[in-house]
Write a protein that binds this ligand. Structure first.
Ligand code: NA7
Length: 559
């Protein structure tokens, strides 16, 4: 964009809304950023395409959706003890309506809604170098100029609709789990239903559909290691104690990403005899949740240890599924727990029901969808409803779809064509004054997501305050810092088995996406790093003073 264009866009009376900070996304991170930055007296506004706050929890309202981690009563914001005390979690794995109600409560409690604009999609974002500001356009035709742009767009929010021949010709209902109808129940009763995908969403919805449908056909590409969630009512004593000792719980979350009662064992699986290992595995299996993944320290780092636990789970699948041929199709082959751990409530048992069919796409690929259903090399599967539980263009997808344009006309899509580089998982060279929540190279989905949002949000708030105190207009990471950070992310990952598995952690589920591990695996160290970078005057960043006259001077921090 030329400078003359810019001056027209930002001229007073040109219909451009001026903000200090524009935030995209009203989920967990976006709401925290609004709360925190508005507390500094900044003029902040959040834009979200959804009909209410809640982000991923607003969109994912398919039957069976619940927290896929035994998180209750710890799956929540940690910053406000008052908030902790007034909300009563009742289940170990809270369900979607409960989490959504909680997030709605947070929005009301902190009076966030007045600065959240719903049903508004940000369709374009570009950095205006002359003005040192971001310029946005929305689906509602609005134009916004903001000194800072914060992408709180979610890690699992850009649905992956697979490119399967004939999909658009299918005449029945098609629903993606991540974009479930908001205004009505999907009626499965008496219907012939097909599900593509057996990740967390598929494994959660399949038993629910099996309960109602006339027939259910599951199209499986990769068998999963699903662990029994054993969701249950929370012990009231645990809830009470955690409320009473919240500052200690918060300290543990900060240190370990979870309360210390859930911290993995420090013992190696190879220190134990086979008999002892089986006892430990069995005990963890009965406990449910991720206890099995955490019962030894080296299950995701040592291939031999991993082999032991993988074989244990396979034996459980064989015990549960009565037809040995079906059980064989369900045998996972990748390294245990190197895809996002799936938690089930009666998933394997579903395959003992006569009206449920498992189609192994490795042996029997889909040739095409037809108006009536699916055709594979082996036959036809007539369907009334198709559920796509096919996941997401994870971690980078939502922001890539907005495709912000930074300095020198650099589009994020091009910047990230080969590698989704960031500095600290929250800043990108070439994109001044853009901050990311849970970006690639941050601990994101492998640490406490609420705490992570608070820590990053606090960092952003302190950074903006620092800039205003020092009269700086822009901040941008330097290439050397970005390079070093990317190397650190990969070095940490290479000590584990994660990079060896095709998963959404590595971008392998999306054709053409760079193949690299996208999560920073040392959560506690990450948050330490953020604090150190700030304490060292934002090491790894460069600042620029305001270039032109008084109209471009940043407004003073109020309050
Ligand atoms: P996931 O975990 O990415 O699972 C998606 C599933 O869909 C997985 O089984 C995929 O097989 C399958 N898939 C994707 N594309 C296709 C095509 N083209 N054909 C057949 N099968 C396909 O997404 P979820 O929504 O289940 O879970 C995402 C996160 O949300 C989860 O981790 C929780 O944190 C909540 P694949 O394994 O790629 O071979």
């Amino acid at each position: 964009m030329s400078r003359s264009d810019t001056s027209t866009e930002h001229a007073p009376g040109s219909g451009v809304r001026e903000l200090d900070v524009a935030i995209i996304g009203a989920g967990v991170s976006g709401m925290y950023a609004l709360y925190r930055l508005r507390g500094l007296g900044l003029d902040v506004r959040v834009y979200d395409q959804a009909g209410d706050v809640g982000g991923t929890w607003w969109w994912n309202r398919y039957p069976g959706a619940r927290v896929d981690y035994p998180g209750g009563p710890f799956y929540c914001y940690t910053f406000s003890e008052e908030l902790v005390r007034e909300w009563d979690w009742t289940e170990r794995q809270p369900d979607q309506p409960t989490v959504l109600a909680y997030l709605g409560h947070v929005a009301d409690k902190f009076d966030l809604r007045r600065d959240i604009q719903l049903r508004t999609k940000v369709v374009a974002a570009r950095f205006d170098e002359a003005a040192q500001r971001w310029f946005l356009e929305t689906s509602e035709g609005e134009r916004i100029s903001a000194q800072f742009l914060i992408a709180a767009v979610g890690t699992l929010s850009a649905p992956n609709r697979p490119d399967i021949p004939g999909l658009d010709d299918f005449a029945g209902e098609v629903h993606h789990t991540g974009n479930w109808p908001q205004d009505r129940q999907v009626e499965f009763a008496g219907k012939r239903v097909g599900v593509v995908g057996t990740g967390s969403s598929g494994v959660q919805i399949i038993p629910q559909i099996a309960r109602e449908a006339a027939s259910l056909t599951v199209f499986q590409r990769t068998p999963q290691f699903a662990l029994p969630g054993r969701n249950q009512a929370l012990d009231p004593a645990l809830v009470r104690d955690s409320k009473e000792n919240w500052s200690e719980v918060r300290r543990q979350i900060q240190e370990f990403g979870r309360p210390s009662s859930l911290v993995p064992s420090t013992r190696s699986a190879l220190e134990d005899t086979e008999e002892e290992r089986q006892r430990v595995f069995e005990e963890a299996w009965q406990k449910g949740g991720v206890a099995l993944r955490d019962c030894y320290r080296d299950l995701v780092t040592d291939p031999v240890a991993n082999g032991h636990v993988a074989e244990f789970v396979r034996s459980k699948i064989r015990e549960t599924v009565r037809d040995p041929a079906v059980a064989e199709k369900l045998m996972p082959e990748y390294y245990f727990a190197t895809k996002r751990q799936v938690m089930d409530e009666g998933y394997y048992e579903v395959y003992n029901q006569d009206h449920v069919t498992l189609v192994d796409l490795r042996e029997e690929p889909i040739e095409t969808f037809t108006p009536d259903g699916v055709r594979t090399a082996e036959g036809e599967y007539p369907l009334d409803i198709l559920v796509l539980a096919t996941g997401y263009d994870a971690i980078t997808g939502a922001l890539r779809r907005i495709n912000p344009v930074g300095r020198d006309g650099l589009a994020l899509e091009d910047k990230w064509a080969e590698s989704s580089r960031t500095y600290l998982g929250l800043s990108v060279v070439g994109f001044p004054n853009l901050f990311l929540f849970h970006g690639p190279g941050s601990p994101s989905v492998m640490f406490h997501m609420f705490y992570g949002a608070e820590s990053q949000g606090d960092w952003m708030a302190e950074c903006i305050t620092y800039m205003r105190e020092h009269g700086m207009a822009t901040i941008e990471a330097v290439p050397e810092a970005e390079e070093a950070w990317a190397a650190d992310v990969q070095a940490l990952a290479s000590r584990t088995l994660f990079p060896q598995t095709a998963s959404w952690f590595t971008g392998a589920n999306i054709p053409g996406k760079p193949r690299e591990f996208m999560v920073y695996l040392a959560g506690p160290r990450y948050h330490e790093n953020l604090r150190e970078v700030a304490a060292n005057d934002y090491e790894g960043f460069v600042f620029e003073r305001a270039r032109t006259g008084a109209d471009l001077e940043p407004s003073a921090v109020r309050g």
